[in-house]
Structure formats: C-alpha cells, structure tokens
Write a protein that binds this ligand. Structure first.
Ligand code: NAP
Length: 314
C-alpha cells in the first residue's frame, strides 16, 4: 500500500471491483486496496473516501482509523454492515447504488424460485451423474397458479411481484406499512402471509428488527409444501431452524442467495437436493456491476467537487 504525491483524493477500496471500474477509480483518485489494519496504518490519515460492498461494509475499527474520512461509497444497497449512527455523528456521507440493481436481484429471486420448484439444478446433477435412463426422475412442482408472498415490498420486492405476475402466480405482501397504490393483498403479519402462500420471498433489509424474522413459527406456517427464497440478507432467517426444517422436510425447499456467515454455508445444506445455493450473486451481472461501479465513482466525484451526491443515504 503506497501513497503518491498527488492532488487526487486518497480512496480506500475494501472490496474488489471490475477491472475497468478499478481503472477509472485510479484515473481520478489515489487508490489504496485494503490489505489489513497494519498495512492501512501509514496511509490511514490520508484517506478521504472508502469504496466497499454491501456485504463487506466498513468495520468499526477501520472507520475509527480514518480521521479524515468524508464519504463511504457503497457498491450495493445494503448498509447493514456500516455504523450509520457513527457515520452521521462524524459527518461522513454514505451513498449506495440504489436504482441500478433492482431488476437483476429480482431476476435472481425468480430464478431461484423456478429452479428449486422445477428441480432444475437437482436434475442437472442427475444428468451429469449418468442417472438418466437408469433411475426414475422425480416430478417437480408447477409455478402457474401458485401463491407468492413477498416480505418487504420496496424497490426489489415490487419488481419481484411484477415478474411473479407474468408467471401467472398470485401475489401478496408483508411490510411494516401497507403501500399506497399497491393493489396486491397486504398482510400485517409475516406468519399469516407464510400460512397463506406457497412461496415466501424475502426482500427486506438486514436490520436488528429483521434479524431472525423467519423463525420456527414462520417456517411451520409455510409448511411442508412451501418454499423459501432469500435474496435479502442471511440474518433475516434463523439459519439453524431453516436447516433443520429442510433436513426434516418440514418445508419443501429453499433458494438461498445469502447466508448468515458468508462465505460459509451450513454443511448440511450441501447434500440436500431441495435447496439451490448461490454465492451472493444477486447483482453479479456484467451490466449491473458496471453500472454500479460507475455510480460508486460518480458519488465520490460529486463529494469531492462539492456537489450533491447522486444516491445518498446520509
Ligand atoms: P427497500 O426499497 O428499502 O425496501 C425494503 C422493504 O422492506 C420495504 O418495503 C420496507 O417497507 C420493508 N421493511 C423494512 N424493514 C422492515 C421490517 N422490520 N419488517 C417488515 N418489513 C420491513 O429495499 P430494496 O432496495 O428493495 O432492497 C431490499 C434488501 O435486499 C436490501 O436492503 C439488501 O439487504 C437486499 N439486497 C440483496 C442483494 C443480493 O445480492 N442478494 C442485492 C441488493 C439488495 P416498510 O418500511 O413499510 O416496512
């Protein structure tokens, strides 16, 4: 990690970004990659901006080590791994990439739902293992006419609803508040929604309030014919309860993009055919990662030019 004599603002990059984005960052800023607290020490006082992912966020000890930090530009929309209260207290601005990733994350939710209900990944393994023609192929389940419950009806949840509509599924939702102008049925209890639907899709932020929101009662309400899809945050689900329910077939299956302790995935899930696993890939498309990267940079440029941030959180 080296600091160069330049007027370009110093930026600390926590999570790697695509090569073309990293190049554009380096064109505008003196770029330092985070390689641990020891390596950070000599340049810490020069850092004016941080780029990071929604999952990585900014650890409190790193934020505390950067006395001249002005802005955290998040390459994602989740701010659950950033102490926003402390950032606000210190006058540190926080921006996210809201508005450019919603469609692709919604696609991941729908993809996971189709995959786990139709058994696509499971059947792929079946074919590759040479079982076709030798073992019976289990039937999967239809989507058309099934009921989908969306937990959290914001930017991403509302797009999931549009896509589920197009699949001729019936949509209902749960959030803290009924949404103005939304005609889908609103449930004021996640347990009641889980009881009503065939598929529960999670699209809430990871907050202290939503921690373990999907608990034993919700899983039991979803029942042995129900599917859980999580593209929100691992913390929203009581993971040991989910693993037990899947193992004991107390729910039909799950499609999971996010986990409590990423990149660790509970060992028991790896052997289950009624689970589809992803490595937190909701936004991992070339198109969206490029758009997100440019927005991360544009927020930094706005900050250092004294202009309003494009997509501020605080
Ligand atoms: P958003 O527009 O802020 O919507 C969040 C929704 O959750 C709102 O409808 C909100 O409505 C509801 N909500 C918030 N707290 C709640 C609570 N305690 N109980 C019930 N409902 C609650 O957020 P978004 O842009 O759709 O993103 C949702 C989340 O998706 C993000 O925060 C992030 O964690 C996750 N995400 C994941 C990926 C991925 O790669 N897998 C990518 C992007 C985002 P009320 O305020 O009315 O309750």
């Amino acid at each position: 990690m080296t600091s160069t004599a330049t007027s370009k603002p110093d930026i600390l990059m926590i999570d790697p970004m695509p090569d073309d984005i990293t190049q554009r960052l380096a064109d505008h800023f003196t770029l330092h990659r985070y390689r641990g607290m020891d390596a950070l020490g000599p340049v810490a006082s020069s850092i004016r901006g941080v780029t990071t992912g929604g999952g990585a966020g900014l650890k409190p000890e790193i934020m505390a080590a950067l006395p001249h930090l002005e802005i955290i530009s998040v390459n994602g929309v989740g701010t659950d791994q950033i102490d926003l209260v402390e950032a606000k207290r210190r006058g540190i601005r926080v921006a996210t990439t809201q508005g450019v990733l919603d469609d692709d994350v919604a696609d991941m939710a729908i993809g996971l739902m189709i995959d786990v209900m139709r058994g696509i990944s499971a059947n792929d393994r079946f074919v590759r293992a040479g079982h076709w023609g030798k073992l019976p192929v289990p039937n999967s389940h239809a989507l058309t006419g099934k009921k989908v419950g969306i937990v959290g009806f914001g930017q991403i949840g509302s797009i999931i609803a549009e896509r589920a509509d197009a699949l001729r599924m019936t949509v209902a939702y749960y959030a803290r508040h009924r949404k103005d102008g939304v005609s889908y049925p609103y449930f004021d209890s996640i347990v009641a929604l889980a009881d009503h639907v065939d598929v529960l899709i999670l699209a809430v932020p990871g907050t202290p309030e939503t921690r373990n929101m999907v608990n034993r009662a919700v899983i039991d309400a979803l029942g042995p014919n129900g599917y859980l899809i999580n593209i929100a945050r691992g913390s929203v689900v009581d993971e040991p309860e989910l693993v037990a329910a899947l193992t004991e077939e107390r729910i039909a299956g799950a499609g999971l993009d996010v986990f409590v302790d990423e990149p660790h995935v509970p060992e028991a899930l790896l052997a289950l055919d009624n689970v589809v696993l992803q490595a937190h890939r909701g936004t991992s498309t070339v198109e969206v990662r490029t758009a997100m990267g440019h927005l991360v940079i544009d927020n930094l440029l706005a900050q250092f030019a004294g202009k309003p941030l494009l997509t501020p959180v605080i």
